[in-house]
Write a new protein. Structure first.
Lengths: 266, 361
């Protein structure tokens, strides 16, 4: 059944910030949510994650309404990587990542330690366990959070049900190498049978890594389809309000997108 | 690997601070007991620590020791020491939970007006207990004062939380400023009540403003002790939730926490701890900010450790402060709030300066 988004509408301050968004996302799919600033991407993510109950419509994961599931149940089948997380207390990296395991029952201390180490290795932060989270760079903090999220979500599929991994701008403070590393992790999660919904600003990363693009503009889902299809028309340029050049470098499986600078700049 | 790392507190397994934490808790507990024995021995009639222990071991009805010593130990100084330890635990616990709730190490019931709210509740009961609030005090008896203080603390905490936190995010500036305004408003109302009060009531009010443990009896311990033990028993329920809340309210929800329930429980606990402490001993400031901060620096911020450690650390600090209060101007006695403020206020300023260094506010 996967993730079903049905006619979802969100209203804030008397203004509709999401309007009748409908989509079905099946197991093994990675979807990139793209759109200009203020299009409602983060709001959609909040509705999907169960954090914000939509005023209209509903979001179901394997048939269960995410806004009525008990938080603890929901947490075993979906995890969310936030945009940026700063904390005010001296927690170690190990402690932060370990928070992701709190809901998982039946693990002894050694198993937990191993799981945390594995997650830290996956985000290229081996040996960071003892460091204080507050002292890390923004990009390192984001990878620590990803490690925590990986600990929480575990394997992509459990009892035949795909789990849902939500990433809200996971690459915003990362260097190029780690952007690719983080999205590769998400890609593997989808390839392993899970569902990934990622808000991305970088169109090339969105095109290269995802199976499907959901394009939001002013609260509406204006396009939803495979990256190659969506790149063909003028849709992207119109949505983002800027000219785009789409090309296919030799040997690339998918096209690359660039703002058409010579035409845009005076 | 675990066999190696288990052998020394210095060679820790990655991220495992549990051994250090266990040692710290044991040291703190020992410190509380040892200081309590010292506190019971110190005073105009000095009794050596070993004799204190013997008298305590012999029981309140012993005839093996001079009656005067037995009465001093059992009837005067033991209830005071127990109360000092419990109040210290309440103050530090209130601070720790409030800091977790606001996700900020500067949050403290005394600084942000919650203690003043509690004091306002208590002072209202003192001044109006024979008048407008007479029916309340008639029904509640000895519990009227702690309950009034609790109500005052709860109101202040709720207002503060509503103002300083928007959509799960706390603004430090708004939190501190609204705390200042709340404290000032409660102080103004207390000033008005003082204006209305007679001489006896006025003395009581002054006592509330400075804080002190004078006149603690077993009767007072019997009324407020069980409330404090209840608060202590409820505190561990918050530990996991406060750890998750460190990341943010949305993140805590994502990790499976019932955030609203956690926040309600935390607010209740802050109000109860502050209310009962203020009802017994007046407003004693800065314990709630100094103790958890030092413990976090020394041993870590994990609330499963921090909550019990703060209780013990607060107990220890208040026992020491009470010894100071009784020694510094003997045979007179300083209000204990003066001592904690003299230690705590510079500490708070130092904290602000350090934070400015690396957080830029």
């Amino acid at each position: 059944m996967g993730l079903e988004i049905d006619d979802v509408g969100v209203v804030a301050g008397g203004r509709a910030i999401l309007h009748k968004v409908t989509a079905r996302i099946g197991a093994g799919t990675m979807v990139a949510v793209i759109g200009p600033n203020g299009a409602g991407k983060s709001t959609l993510v909040k509705a999907i994650s169960g954090e914000r109950r939509p005023a209209l419509g509903r979001v179901r994961l394997h048939g269960d309404d995410v806004s009525t599931l008990a938080p603890a149940d929901l947490a075993t089948q979906r995890a969310v990587l936030p945009q940026a997380t700063s904390i005010a207390f001296p927690f170690t990296v190990f402690e932060i990542v370990g928070l992701g395991l709190r809901q998982r029952a039946g693990m002894d201390a050694a198993a937990r330690r191993q799981e945390v180490q594995r997650a830290l290795a996956a985000v290229d932060l081996e040996g960071f366990g003892e460091r204080l989270y507050q002292r890390l760079s923004g990009g390192e903090q984001q990878r620590v959070q990803l490690a925590r999220v990986l600990c929480q979500i575990g394997k992509p599929v459990k009892d035949g049900r795909a789990k849902l991994l939500i990433l809200d701008e996971p690459t915003s403070s990362l260097d190029v190498r780690h952007q690719i590393a983080v999205l590769s992790i998400a890609r593997r999660f989808a390839d392993g049978g899970g569902i990934v919904v990622a808000v991305l600003h970088d169109l090339n990363l969105a095109v290269s890594f995802s199976d499907r693009l959901m394009v939001l503009q002013r609260g509406r889902l204006v396009a939803d389809g495979a990256p190659e299809e969506l790149l063909e028309g003028p849709m992207l340029a119109e949505t983002f309000g800027t000219g785009m050049v789409i090309m296919k470098p030799p040997g690339w499986a998918r096209p690359a997108v660039l703002p058409d600078l010579p035409r845009i700049l005076p | 690997m675990s066999a190696l790392t288990g052998s020394s507190p210095l060679a820790r397994a990655p991220g495992e601070r549990s051994l250090v934490q266990a040692v710290a808790l044991a040291l703190l507990a020992f410190g509380v007991l040892a200081t309590a024995v010292l506190a019971i021995g110190i005073g105009p009639a000095a009794i050596s620590p070993s004799r204190v222990i013997q008298i305590l071991a012999a029981g309140p009805k012993t005839t093996a020791f001079p009656l005067g010593d037995v009465i001093i130990v059992w009837q005067i100084r033991l209830p005071r020491a127990i109360m000092a330890a419990l109040i210290g635990a309440m103050l530090a616990l209130g601070g720790t939970v409030m800091q977790g709730l606001f996700r900020n190490p500067l949050a403290d019931p005394a600084i942000l007006g919650v203690s003043n709210g509690a004091a306002l509740g208590a002072v209202s009961m003192i001044v109006l207990g024979g008048g407008a609030l007479a029916p309340v005090s008639a029904i509640l008896g000895g519990y009227a004062l702690p309950l009034a203080a609790f109500a005052g603390a709860l109101t202040a905490t709720l207002i503060l939380y509503a103002i300083a936190t928007r959509e799960g995010l706390t603004s430090v500036a708004t939190m501190l400023l609204s705390g200042i305004a709340l404290a000032a408003f409660a102080a103004a109302l207390m000033g008005y009540l003082a204006f209305l009060s007679d001489d006896t009531q006025l003395r009581d009010i002054t006592f509330w403003n400075l804080g002190g443990l004078g006149g603690v009896t077993w009767e007072k311990v019997a009324i407020s002790g069980p409330i404090m033990l209840l608060v202590l028993a409820a505190a561990p329920m918050l530990a996991r939730g406060l750890d998750a809340l460190v990341l943010g309210e949305a993140e805590a929800f994502h990790m499976g926490l019932r955030v609203e329930r956690l926040k309600r429980l935390a607010i209740l606990l802050v109000a109860a701890a502050t209310g009962v402490a203020v009802a017994v001993s007046g407003t004693i400031g800065f314990v709630g900010i100094v103790v958890p901060h030092l413990l976090r620096l020394a041993v870590g911020a994990d609330h499963r450790f921090l909550l019990p450690a703060s209780c013990l650390g607060g107990a220890l600090l208040l026992l020491v402060a009470d010894i100071g209060a009784r020694l510094l101007v003997a045979p007179a006695e300083l209000p204990i709030g003066i001592i904690t403020a003299a230690i705590g206020a510079p500490f708070f300023l130092w904290l602000l300066m350090r934070r400015r260094d690396f957080e830029g506010f």
